[in-house]
Design a binder for this molecule. Structure first.
Ligand code: AMP
Ligand code: ZN
Length: 457
């Protein structure tokens, strides 16, 4: 059994081979905890979850690390601007730690609502300052750094491999202008350590061999991934926006410190767009999971929506597409409720499902195979039930609560149904509609079909 993965580092599909037998270490770049994560961010964690579950389906033991960025991520990628955490402190009048704590909890709640399996570690940048300083010292000792008035920088011109991930050369970036050079030697150079601004006190600052200050954003991921997963480890993930700066710089730091890349496979998800473009606060189209819930959707319907596109394809979010996902999920639950208890399984569909997920995590195809099996009347429902539960260990739709579990309608809802029948017999359509609404408020839907009245969730 082999798993093919598209590796951004080599730009080709490669067969995955673990570094340690049957084990996989995955590092997923986590959130900067200064604001609510939006549904685009959540796509990145859903993709990482689908990857992790695919490995587990193949009997690998996975160790997953998702970091929490609570210092050092500036408002501009070119080491300028304010720390995003400080922007949030000013906005909310709280301490940086209170801000980090609140938005970390929000993030973890969203992971849970989307049925994303918890990581094994959620290391925080502020709790790993010593590891980051040590790494910067090693990079310095190996001759890759220089000092300016505002910090310690990585000299990317000393690294012939720089640009391997994005294919972008330093000169091209320089030609792209808009990069604030100040004392930087090359446009692609980046801060490893920033000095606290003279005369101002920062809540988040630490002593270091170079002076009081705080780490650059990229160093935390190199230092913490190696600390928790070892050097090297198997897989590093993130959204495609991380390729040209954050991950390129992570690679540079790993070579600068340890002489080798820290991760073997680099997996990147493409973007979720809204209205065909980028989400932004100013356009009013930056949605959170709470926004979806406020419109009556289940968070898991968003998970279903994400399953519909390959992780390396752009995906456009619309409310009507989310509605279709919610309806498909309802239909699926309704079908599987009537199935017999799981038994035996269906080998042919299971093989096809495995082939799909092992082919660069082709989840849309896997989902299509699931639906094909659902409609295959030749196979006993008990066998379909067993296989669908297996599939769901990857897809994560929570079907175990539905497969073979008949809908138990509470007595009060049955009573409302009876009253509605009476109203309809008297042709009192107003009362009938009112009762349908009452039933709906209790989480059930009544449908008048040709074969009679149907009730569903
Ligand atoms: P950030 O908190 O900005 O570092 O982003 C967290 C994760 O979300 C990163 O892996 C980003 O690459 C990813 N990301 C940000 N915006 C989107 C988007 N619109 N679609 C998919 N992934 C995204
Ligand atoms: Zn990162």
């Amino acid at each position: 059994m082999s798993i093919l993965l598209f590796n951004t580092l080599t730009k080709k599909e490669e067969e995955f081979q673990p570094l340690k037998p049957n084990k996989v270490g995955i590092y997923t770049c986590g959130p900067t905890v200064y604001w609510f994560p939006h549904i685009g961010n959540m796509r990145a964690y859903l993709c990482s979850d689908l990857l992790r579950r695919t490995f587990e389906y193949n009997n690998f033991e996975v160790e997953l690390v998702i970091n929490i960025t609570d210092v050092g991520h500036l408002t501009s990628d070119s080491d300028e601007g304010e720390d995003k955490m400080i922007v949030a402190m000013k906005r909310e009048g709280k301490t940086a730690y209170e801000i980090a704590d609140f938005y970390t909890k929000t993030f973890l709640k969203d992971l849970n609502r989307l049925n994303i399996k918890p990581a094994h570690y959620y290391p925080k940048a502020t709790e790993h300052i010593a590891e980051q300083i040590k790494m910067i010292r090693d990079i310095e000792r190996n001759g890759f750094t220089y000092q300016t008035t505002d910090g310690i920088y990585f000299d990317t011109s000393k690294l012939p491999q720089y640009g391997i991930l994005s294919g972008q050369k330093s000169e091209e970036k320089q030609a792209g202008a808009r990069v604030e050079m100040k004392e930087k030697r090359n446009a692609t150079d980046f801060a490893l350590w920033k000095f606290s601004p003279v005369g101002s006190r920062r809540e988040m600052e630490w002593e270091s061999p170079w002076g009081k200050g705080f780490p650059g954003w990229h160093i935390e991921c190199s230092a913490m991934s190696i600390k928790y997963l070892g050097m090297p480890f198997d897989v590093h993930t993130g959204g495609i926006d991380h390729i040209p700066v954050h991950h390129e710089n992570e690679l540079a730091q790993a070579i600068g410190c340890c002489g080798a890349y820290h991760a073997r496979f680099w997996i990147h998800n493409d973007f979720l767009t809204v209205d065909g473009g980028k989400m932004s606060k100013s356009l009013g189209n930056l949605f959170t999971i709470d926004d979806l819930v406020a419109k009556g959707f289940e968070p898991i319907a968003y998970r279903y929506f994400i399953l519909g596109a390959h992780y390396r394809a752009k995906l456009n979010f619309t409310w009507s597409a989310l509605e279709s996902s919610q309806n498909a999920l309802r239909r699926l639950r309704q079908i599987v409720r009537d199935w017999d208890s799981p038994e035996i399984g269906c080998a042919e569909y299971e093989q096809r499902f495995l082939d799909a997920i092992n082919n660069d995590i082709n989840i849309p195809q896997a989902l299509a195979i699931l639906w094909e099996m659902v409609g295959d009347e030749k196979i006993p429902t008990s066998a379909r039930a067993r296989s669908i539960l297996k599939f769901d260990s990857v897809l994560g739709l929570g079907l175990e609560d539905y497969v073979g579990k008949r809908l138990e309608i509470p007595e009060e809802v049955l009573e409302l149904m009876r009253k509605r029948d009476e109203a309809r017999a008297k042709k009192d359509w107003g009362e009938s509609d009112r009762l349908r609404e009452e039933i709906k408020n209790r989480g059930y839907k009544v449908e008048d079909t040709e074969s009679g009245i149907k009730i569903m969730e």
